[in-house]
Design a binder for this molecule. Structure first.
Ligand SMILES: NC(=O)c1ccc[n+]([C@@H]2O[C@H](COP(=O)([O-])OP(=O)(O)OC[C@H]3O[C@@H](n4cnc5c(N)ncnc54)[C@H](O)[C@@H]3O)[C@@H](O)[C@H]2O)c1
Length: 327
């Protein structure tokens, strides 16, 4: 198949691009290389794709905000499936600057949906987020749980899901939104708890927790996320739907920090600082819907996944150091 991965130089998108190449598909990545975090990581992500299948991989540097570029790309390439991962990620960033995530995550989505409809794309898979739920009325969240996002980022992801559903209902474009629950693994974003804790512990520094550490998270290993996305190449059972893709369980942030200290062997104590207002207190996914529709079965427990990540990090510290910043 001919697959477009928007945001494919980033963490999740590059894992997807690599998996599609491994499965024999042709992949185009469209990414602006936003310097939200170290661009050296994105360069290496793209290099891995090129090495995997130089003849079936193409990188287009550009923005999904650029409607003419998007239209030309779709018209020339005639994609079968689109995996839309490009976004301004980050809950806290969205609180500081809400207009940027709105423009990228919501307004620009319409460029992609229109181009996908006009060129007859078979399926449009949208990366959504557990942030669409907000304050839990019960846990684990199922897809019937009310949506009251607590951050501008969560609002953009919820609006994007609704646009996708409407594009299926009104314009006959098959779409699926996958609600990711904090994804981690090799090459993950540097500005996330697991990367921070690991890097600090390996440098002999204390992991720093925002809040009391009793908040819980459903951390999902990247391989499980890749499996959910791969399944959508094969089935139309989830068209028009939004569904959770979480992990096998949840963990408190304090337990997570203790586990990282354990695995790294660091002789440090946890430090605590003020909680961030927009952060969710608890997240935990009920994955029954994805299990029923696409056979999704997360297989990596949080402790197993974090241990593998720490092992990978030890051998690949150069991925994160030194930082390569571009203006
Ligand atoms: N990582 C997580 O825990 C998580 C959780 C829930 C949802 N998500 C969603 O999954 C998707 C991928 O997240 P990620 O963690 O890989 O983030 P990431 O920041 O690593 O990747 C996003 C990519 O999008 C690109 N991008 C940004 N603006 C763009 C634009 N205007 N045009 C083209 N490309 C642009 C960036 O350069 C980056 O490479 C996002 O939609 C994010 O909202 C991620």
């Amino acid at each position: 198949m001919n697959v477009l991965v928007t945001g494919g130089a980033g963490f999740i998108g590059s894992h997807l691009a690599n998996a599609f190449l491994d499965h024999g598909h042709s992949v185009t990545v469209l990414d602006i290389l936003d310097p939200y975090y170290d661009l050296g990581i994105k360069d290496r992500n793209l290099e891995l794709c090129r090495e995997t299948a130089p003849d079936r991989f193409e990188f287009v540097e550009g923005s999904i905000t650029d409607e003419s570029l998007v239209n030309e790309l779709f018209a020339d390439a005639e994609f079968d499936v689109v995996y839309h991962q490009a976004a301004q990620a980050g809950v806290r960033t969205s609180v500081e600057n809400p207009k940027k995530p709105h423009e990228i995550n919501t307004t620009s989505l319409l460029n992609l949906l229109e181009a996908a409809t006009a060129t007859g794309v078979d399926r449009f898979v949208n990366a959504s987020s557990s942030s669409v739920y907000g304050v839990p009325e019960y846990l684990p969240y199922d897809e019937d749980h009310p949506n009251t996002p607590k951050s501008p980022y969560g609002v953009t992801k919820l609006a994007a899901e609704h646009y996708c559903r409407v594009w299926t209902d009104v314009y006959d474009l098959p779409t699926v939104s996958l609600r990711y629950f904090t994804v981690y693994g090799p090459r993950m974003r540097p500005n996330m708890a697991i990367t921070n804790f690991t890097s600090r512990c390996l440098n002999g520094e204390s992991p720093v927790i925002y809040g009391d550490g009793k908040q819980t998270r459903d951390f999902t290993y990247i391989d499980d996320i890749v499996d959910a996305n791969l399944a959508l190449l094969e089935t139309d059972a989830a068209d028009g739907e939004a569904m959770n893709v979480g992990s096998t369980g949840n963990i408190t942030i304090r337990e997570l920090a203790e586990h990282v200290i354990d695995v790294t062997g660091a002789e440090v104590e946890i430090e605590y600082t003020d909680a961030k207002e927009a952060d969710a207190r608890h997240t935990h996914a009920d994955v029954s819907k994805a299990r029923d529709l696409i056979g999704y079965e997360p297989s990596t427990s949080i402790k197993e996944g974090v241990s593998s990540f720490v092992e990978w990090y030890r051998e690949n510290r150069s991925w994160y150091e030194p930082l390569v910043l571009r203006s």
